[in-house]
Design a binder for this molecule. Structure first.
Ligand SMILES: Cc1cc2nc3c(=O)[nH]c(=O)nc-3n(C[C@H](O)[C@H](O)[C@H](O)COP(=O)(O)O)c2cc1C
Length: 331
Protein backbone atom coordinates (compact mmCIF):
# COMPACT_ATOMS: atom_id res chain seq x y z
CA UNK A 1 0.00 0.00 0.00
CA UNK A 2 1.19 3.55 -0.73
CA UNK A 3 0.32 6.33 1.74
CA UNK A 4 0.19 10.07 1.16
CA UNK A 5 -0.39 11.53 4.60
CA UNK A 6 -3.33 9.39 5.67
CA UNK A 7 -4.65 8.76 2.16
CA UNK A 8 -4.29 5.07 1.43
CA UNK A 9 -3.66 4.11 -2.17
CA UNK A 10 -3.35 0.59 -3.55
CA UNK A 11 0.01 -1.03 -4.16
CA UNK A 12 1.64 0.69 -7.13
CA UNK A 13 -1.06 3.29 -7.83
CA UNK A 14 -1.69 4.74 -11.27
CA UNK A 15 -2.20 8.50 -11.24
CA UNK A 16 -3.95 10.67 -13.79
CA UNK A 17 -1.67 13.64 -14.50
CA UNK A 18 -3.02 17.16 -14.11
CA UNK A 19 -3.67 18.53 -17.60
CA UNK A 20 -4.94 21.99 -18.39
CA UNK A 21 -8.11 21.95 -20.52
CA UNK A 22 -8.25 18.17 -20.24
CA UNK A 23 -8.46 16.85 -16.69
CA UNK A 24 -11.77 18.44 -15.74
CA UNK A 25 -14.51 16.59 -13.81
CA UNK A 26 -16.10 14.72 -16.78
CA UNK A 27 -12.72 13.51 -18.01
CA UNK A 28 -11.63 12.57 -14.50
CA UNK A 29 -14.84 10.60 -14.01
CA UNK A 30 -14.04 8.57 -17.12
CA UNK A 31 -10.52 7.90 -15.91
CA UNK A 32 -11.82 6.91 -12.49
CA UNK A 33 -14.30 4.51 -14.09
CA UNK A 34 -11.42 2.92 -15.95
CA UNK A 35 -9.03 2.49 -13.05
CA UNK A 36 -7.19 5.71 -12.13
CA UNK A 37 -6.25 5.56 -8.43
CA UNK A 38 -5.46 9.22 -7.80
CA UNK A 39 -6.35 12.19 -9.95
CA UNK A 40 -5.56 15.88 -10.04
CA UNK A 41 -7.37 18.96 -11.25
CA UNK A 42 -5.99 21.12 -14.03
CA UNK A 43 -3.52 23.60 -12.59
CA UNK A 44 -5.06 26.67 -11.02
CA UNK A 45 -3.32 30.02 -10.82
CA UNK A 46 -2.95 31.20 -7.24
CA UNK A 47 -3.26 34.79 -8.43
CA UNK A 48 -6.43 33.90 -10.31
CA UNK A 49 -7.95 32.26 -7.26
CA UNK A 50 -7.36 35.32 -5.16
CA UNK A 51 -8.81 37.63 -7.79
CA UNK A 52 -11.78 35.25 -7.87
CA UNK A 53 -11.29 34.70 -11.57
CA UNK A 54 -14.27 32.63 -12.65
CA UNK A 55 -12.21 30.21 -14.69
CA UNK A 56 -9.94 29.50 -11.74
CA UNK A 57 -12.87 29.02 -9.36
CA UNK A 58 -14.61 26.55 -11.66
CA UNK A 59 -11.52 24.40 -11.63
CA UNK A 60 -12.09 23.91 -7.91
CA UNK A 61 -15.15 21.73 -8.57
CA UNK A 62 -14.63 18.23 -7.26
CA UNK A 63 -17.11 15.43 -6.58
CA UNK A 64 -17.16 12.68 -3.98
CA UNK A 65 -17.14 9.84 -6.52
CA UNK A 66 -13.72 10.89 -7.79
CA UNK A 67 -11.92 10.77 -4.46
CA UNK A 68 -9.09 10.69 -3.73
CA UNK A 69 -8.54 13.81 -5.79
CA UNK A 70 -5.99 16.58 -5.53
CA UNK A 71 -6.30 20.20 -6.57
CA UNK A 72 -3.20 21.58 -8.20
CA UNK A 73 -2.10 25.20 -7.83
CA UNK A 74 0.85 27.19 -9.10
CA UNK A 75 2.27 30.61 -8.41
CA UNK A 76 5.43 32.53 -7.71
CA UNK A 77 4.29 34.68 -4.81
CA UNK A 78 4.31 33.38 -1.25
CA UNK A 79 1.37 35.39 -0.07
CA UNK A 80 -0.79 34.37 -3.01
CA UNK A 81 0.16 30.74 -2.47
CA UNK A 82 -0.67 30.95 1.25
CA UNK A 83 -4.09 32.43 0.52
CA UNK A 84 -4.75 29.93 -2.24
CA UNK A 85 -3.91 27.14 0.13
CA UNK A 86 -6.73 28.32 2.40
CA UNK A 87 -9.18 28.82 -0.47
CA UNK A 88 -8.47 25.36 -1.86
CA UNK A 89 -8.72 23.74 1.58
CA UNK A 90 -12.23 25.14 1.95
CA UNK A 91 -13.49 22.97 -0.93
CA UNK A 92 -12.04 19.94 0.82
CA UNK A 93 -10.00 18.01 -1.73
CA UNK A 94 -8.00 15.04 -0.45
CA UNK A 95 -4.73 16.86 -1.05
CA UNK A 96 -3.18 19.98 -2.53
CA UNK A 97 -0.58 19.54 -5.24
CA UNK A 98 1.83 22.29 -6.29
CA UNK A 99 3.06 22.57 -9.85
CA UNK A 100 6.70 23.53 -10.17
CA UNK A 101 7.17 22.05 -13.57
CA UNK A 102 5.06 23.94 -16.05
CA UNK A 103 7.05 25.09 -19.06
CA UNK A 104 4.23 27.22 -20.50
CA UNK A 105 5.55 30.75 -21.14
CA UNK A 106 2.72 32.64 -19.49
CA UNK A 107 3.36 30.65 -16.31
CA UNK A 108 7.17 30.76 -16.36
CA UNK A 109 7.22 34.49 -17.00
CA UNK A 110 5.19 35.12 -13.89
CA UNK A 111 7.93 33.46 -11.88
CA UNK A 112 5.78 30.38 -11.37
CA UNK A 113 5.82 26.84 -12.71
CA UNK A 114 9.21 25.64 -13.88
CA UNK A 115 10.87 29.07 -13.36
CA UNK A 116 11.04 28.12 -9.70
CA UNK A 117 13.30 25.26 -10.72
CA UNK A 118 16.13 27.78 -10.94
CA UNK A 119 15.58 28.95 -7.38
CA UNK A 120 15.24 26.12 -4.88
CA UNK A 121 15.06 28.49 -1.89
CA UNK A 122 12.03 30.16 -3.45
CA UNK A 123 10.51 26.78 -4.22
CA UNK A 124 10.87 25.77 -0.59
CA UNK A 125 9.36 29.06 0.65
CA UNK A 126 6.39 28.78 -1.70
CA UNK A 127 5.78 25.18 -0.64
CA UNK A 128 6.06 26.10 3.03
CA UNK A 129 3.48 28.84 2.51
CA UNK A 130 1.02 26.26 1.15
CA UNK A 131 1.76 23.71 3.88
CA UNK A 132 1.27 26.31 6.60
CA UNK A 133 -2.10 27.31 5.15
CA UNK A 134 -3.72 23.87 5.27
CA UNK A 135 -4.23 20.68 7.25
CA UNK A 136 -4.38 18.67 4.03
CA UNK A 137 -1.41 16.69 2.72
CA UNK A 138 0.63 18.75 0.26
CA UNK A 139 2.36 17.09 -2.71
CA UNK A 140 4.54 18.52 -5.46
CA UNK A 141 4.86 17.82 -9.17
CA UNK A 142 7.97 19.00 -10.91
CA UNK A 143 10.55 18.38 -13.61
CA UNK A 144 14.20 17.31 -13.29
CA UNK A 145 15.50 20.86 -13.32
CA UNK A 146 15.76 23.89 -15.57
CA UNK A 147 18.08 22.39 -18.18
CA UNK A 148 20.61 19.59 -18.60
CA UNK A 149 23.29 21.56 -16.77
CA UNK A 150 21.15 22.29 -13.76
CA UNK A 151 19.39 19.07 -12.84
CA UNK A 152 18.66 19.57 -9.17
CA UNK A 153 15.86 17.12 -8.45
CA UNK A 154 17.92 15.33 -5.79
CA UNK A 155 18.28 18.47 -3.67
CA UNK A 156 14.70 19.50 -4.42
CA UNK A 157 13.31 16.17 -3.21
CA UNK A 158 15.24 16.23 0.06
CA UNK A 159 14.40 19.82 0.88
CA UNK A 160 10.73 19.43 0.05
CA UNK A 161 10.45 16.29 2.14
CA UNK A 162 12.17 18.04 5.03
CA UNK A 163 9.52 20.76 5.18
CA UNK A 164 6.67 18.25 5.08
CA UNK A 165 5.80 17.46 1.45
CA UNK A 166 4.04 14.09 1.43
CA UNK A 167 4.76 12.83 -2.11
CA UNK A 168 6.60 13.91 -5.22
CA UNK A 169 5.68 13.32 -8.86
CA UNK A 170 8.62 13.78 -11.19
CA UNK A 171 8.31 14.35 -14.93
CA UNK A 172 11.61 13.04 -16.33
CA UNK A 173 12.33 16.07 -18.49
CA UNK A 174 13.88 19.48 -17.89
CA UNK A 175 12.08 22.74 -18.53
CA UNK A 176 14.37 23.43 -21.50
CA UNK A 177 13.33 20.14 -23.05
CA UNK A 178 9.65 21.07 -23.09
CA UNK A 179 8.19 17.84 -24.48
CA UNK A 180 11.08 16.97 -26.76
CA UNK A 181 13.24 13.88 -26.55
CA UNK A 182 12.48 11.09 -24.18
CA UNK A 183 11.77 11.42 -20.48
CA UNK A 184 14.85 10.23 -18.58
CA UNK A 185 13.64 8.14 -15.67
CA UNK A 186 17.14 7.34 -14.40
CA UNK A 187 17.07 10.60 -12.41
CA UNK A 188 13.71 9.64 -10.96
CA UNK A 189 15.12 6.25 -9.92
CA UNK A 190 18.06 7.97 -8.22
CA UNK A 191 15.70 10.07 -6.11
CA UNK A 192 13.65 6.99 -5.24
CA UNK A 193 16.80 5.11 -4.20
CA UNK A 194 18.12 7.94 -2.04
CA UNK A 195 18.02 6.41 1.47
CA UNK A 196 16.98 9.81 2.91
CA UNK A 197 13.79 9.82 0.83
CA UNK A 198 10.80 8.17 2.51
CA UNK A 199 7.89 9.94 0.77
CA UNK A 200 6.34 8.19 -2.26
CA UNK A 201 8.00 9.02 -5.57
CA UNK A 202 5.81 8.82 -8.67
CA UNK A 203 7.39 8.63 -12.10
CA UNK A 204 5.93 10.55 -15.02
CA UNK A 205 6.71 10.90 -18.69
CA UNK A 206 5.96 8.93 -21.84
CA UNK A 207 4.21 5.90 -20.36
CA UNK A 208 1.73 4.93 -23.04
CA UNK A 209 1.31 1.15 -22.90
CA UNK A 210 1.04 -1.70 -20.39
CA UNK A 211 4.41 -3.06 -21.56
CA UNK A 212 6.18 0.23 -20.97
CA UNK A 213 4.49 0.65 -17.59
CA UNK A 214 5.75 -2.76 -16.48
CA UNK A 215 9.21 -2.16 -17.85
CA UNK A 216 9.49 1.22 -16.08
CA UNK A 217 8.01 -0.16 -12.85
CA UNK A 218 10.63 -2.88 -12.75
CA UNK A 219 13.55 -0.85 -14.01
CA UNK A 220 13.10 2.34 -12.01
CA UNK A 221 11.48 1.08 -8.78
CA UNK A 222 9.13 4.05 -8.35
CA UNK A 223 6.10 3.89 -6.04
CA UNK A 224 3.59 4.47 -8.84
CA UNK A 225 3.20 5.93 -12.29
CA UNK A 226 1.50 9.13 -13.39
CA UNK A 227 -0.04 9.12 -16.87
CA UNK A 228 -1.00 12.15 -18.90
CA UNK A 229 -1.20 12.20 -22.68
CA UNK A 230 -1.82 8.48 -23.08
CA UNK A 231 -5.10 8.85 -21.18
CA UNK A 232 -6.46 11.55 -23.50
CA UNK A 233 -9.18 9.83 -25.54
CA UNK A 234 -8.04 6.56 -24.00
CA UNK A 235 -9.07 6.28 -20.32
CA UNK A 236 -8.85 2.48 -20.69
CA UNK A 237 -5.08 2.75 -20.27
CA UNK A 238 -5.35 2.49 -16.47
CA UNK A 239 -7.18 -0.84 -16.32
CA UNK A 240 -5.17 -2.16 -19.24
CA UNK A 241 -1.97 -1.58 -17.25
CA UNK A 242 -3.42 -3.08 -14.07
CA UNK A 243 -4.60 -6.16 -15.92
CA UNK A 244 -1.22 -6.60 -17.55
CA UNK A 245 0.58 -6.30 -14.20
CA UNK A 246 -1.70 -8.93 -12.70
CA UNK A 247 -1.88 -11.46 -15.51
CA UNK A 248 0.89 -10.68 -18.01
CA UNK A 249 -1.82 -10.58 -20.64
CA UNK A 250 -3.21 -7.67 -22.59
CA UNK A 251 -6.89 -6.79 -22.49
CA UNK A 252 -8.44 -6.54 -25.92
CA UNK A 253 -8.71 -3.00 -27.24
CA UNK A 254 -11.91 -1.06 -26.49
CA UNK A 255 -14.55 -1.73 -29.11
CA UNK A 256 -16.36 0.90 -31.10
CA UNK A 257 -19.26 0.52 -28.68
CA UNK A 258 -16.89 1.18 -25.75
CA UNK A 259 -15.65 4.32 -27.46
CA UNK A 260 -19.14 5.55 -28.20
CA UNK A 261 -20.12 4.93 -24.60
CA UNK A 262 -17.08 6.90 -23.37
CA UNK A 263 -17.86 9.83 -25.67
CA UNK A 264 -21.53 9.74 -24.73
CA UNK A 265 -20.74 9.65 -21.01
CA UNK A 266 -18.23 12.45 -21.43
CA UNK A 267 -20.91 14.59 -23.03
CA UNK A 268 -23.56 13.69 -20.45
CA UNK A 269 -21.27 14.41 -17.52
CA UNK A 270 -20.03 17.67 -19.05
CA UNK A 271 -23.64 18.82 -19.49
CA UNK A 272 -24.53 17.80 -15.95
CA UNK A 273 -21.58 19.84 -14.73
CA UNK A 274 -21.83 22.99 -16.84
CA UNK A 275 -25.25 22.91 -18.45
CA UNK A 276 -26.24 21.76 -21.94
CA UNK A 277 -24.65 24.40 -24.12
CA UNK A 278 -21.26 24.73 -22.42
CA UNK A 279 -21.12 20.96 -21.96
CA UNK A 280 -21.70 20.41 -25.68
CA UNK A 281 -19.10 22.95 -26.76
CA UNK A 282 -16.44 21.82 -24.29
CA UNK A 283 -16.82 18.14 -25.21
CA UNK A 284 -16.33 18.77 -28.93
CA UNK A 285 -12.56 18.78 -28.76
CA UNK A 286 -12.55 15.29 -27.23
CA UNK A 287 -14.35 13.38 -29.99
CA UNK A 288 -11.32 13.26 -32.28
CA UNK A 289 -9.43 11.52 -29.48
CA UNK A 290 -12.05 8.86 -28.77
CA UNK A 291 -12.43 8.03 -32.44
CA UNK A 292 -8.81 8.39 -33.51
CA UNK A 293 -7.67 6.31 -36.46
CA UNK A 294 -11.12 5.07 -37.43
CA UNK A 295 -11.59 4.77 -41.17
CA UNK A 296 -14.37 6.71 -42.83
CA UNK A 297 -15.24 8.56 -39.64
CA UNK A 298 -14.82 12.11 -40.96
CA UNK A 299 -18.49 12.67 -41.77
CA UNK A 300 -19.53 11.60 -38.26
CA UNK A 301 -16.83 13.63 -36.57
CA UNK A 302 -18.11 16.65 -38.45
CA UNK A 303 -21.60 15.99 -37.10
CA UNK A 304 -20.39 15.60 -33.54
CA UNK A 305 -18.60 18.93 -33.59
CA UNK A 306 -21.42 20.90 -35.20
CA UNK A 307 -24.68 19.58 -33.74
CA UNK A 308 -25.71 22.01 -31.05
CA UNK A 309 -28.27 20.14 -28.98
CA UNK A 310 -28.09 17.09 -26.75
CA UNK A 311 -30.89 15.18 -28.48
CA UNK A 312 -29.17 15.53 -31.85
CA UNK A 313 -25.86 14.37 -30.43
CA UNK A 314 -27.36 11.30 -28.79
CA UNK A 315 -29.04 10.47 -32.12
CA UNK A 316 -25.66 10.85 -33.85
CA UNK A 317 -24.10 8.41 -31.38
CA UNK A 318 -26.86 5.89 -32.18
CA UNK A 319 -26.21 6.37 -35.87
CA UNK A 320 -22.46 5.82 -35.38
CA UNK A 321 -23.21 2.76 -33.31
CA UNK A 322 -25.19 1.23 -36.17
CA UNK A 323 -22.84 2.32 -38.95
CA UNK A 324 -19.78 0.89 -37.18
CA UNK A 325 -21.40 -2.12 -35.52
CA UNK A 326 -18.88 -4.52 -37.08
CA UNK A 327 -15.80 -2.33 -36.85
CA UNK A 328 -12.75 -4.27 -35.65
CA UNK A 329 -9.85 -2.78 -33.70
CA UNK A 330 -6.52 -4.51 -33.41
CA UNK A 331 -4.86 -4.33 -30.02
C1 LIG B 1 -2.51 19.26 -22.60
C2 LIG B 1 -1.58 19.19 -21.41
C3 LIG B 1 -1.83 19.99 -20.31
C4 LIG B 1 -1.00 19.93 -19.18
N1 LIG B 1 -1.30 20.66 -18.07
C5 LIG B 1 -0.60 20.46 -16.92
C6 LIG B 1 -1.02 21.06 -15.70
O1 LIG B 1 -2.03 21.75 -15.63
N2 LIG B 1 -0.26 20.82 -14.60
C7 LIG B 1 0.87 20.03 -14.62
O2 LIG B 1 1.52 19.83 -13.58
N3 LIG B 1 1.27 19.46 -15.76
C8 LIG B 1 0.56 19.64 -16.90
N4 LIG B 1 0.92 18.96 -18.04
C9 LIG B 1 2.04 18.00 -17.97
C10 LIG B 1 1.52 16.59 -17.63
O3 LIG B 1 0.94 16.56 -16.34
C11 LIG B 1 2.64 15.54 -17.68
O4 LIG B 1 3.64 15.90 -16.76
C12 LIG B 1 3.27 15.44 -19.07
O5 LIG B 1 2.29 15.42 -20.09
C13 LIG B 1 4.16 14.20 -19.20
O6 LIG B 1 3.43 13.02 -18.96
P1 LIG B 1 2.89 12.08 -20.15
O7 LIG B 1 4.08 11.74 -21.00
O8 LIG B 1 2.29 10.90 -19.47
O9 LIG B 1 1.89 12.91 -20.92
C14 LIG B 1 0.12 19.05 -19.17
C15 LIG B 1 0.37 18.26 -20.30
C16 LIG B 1 -0.46 18.32 -21.40
C17 LIG B 1 -0.18 17.43 -22.59
Amino acid sequence: MVKIGNIELPEFPLLLAPMEDVSDPPFRRLCKTHGADLMFSEFISSEGLIRDAIKSRQKLDIFDYERPVGIQIFGGDEEAMAMSSKIVSAVNPDLIDINFGCPVKKVVCKGAGAAVLKDVDLMVRLTKAVIDGTNLPVTVKTRLGWDDDSINIDEVAERLQDIGVKALSIHGRTRAQLYKGEADWSHIARVKNNPRITMPIFGNGDVDSPEKALEYKNRYGVDGIMIGRAAIGYPWIFNEIKHYFKTGEKLSAPTMQDRIEAARNHLTWAMEWKGEWVGIVETRRHYTNYFKGIHNFKEYRQKLVTIDNAQGLYAAFDEISQAFADYQFVS
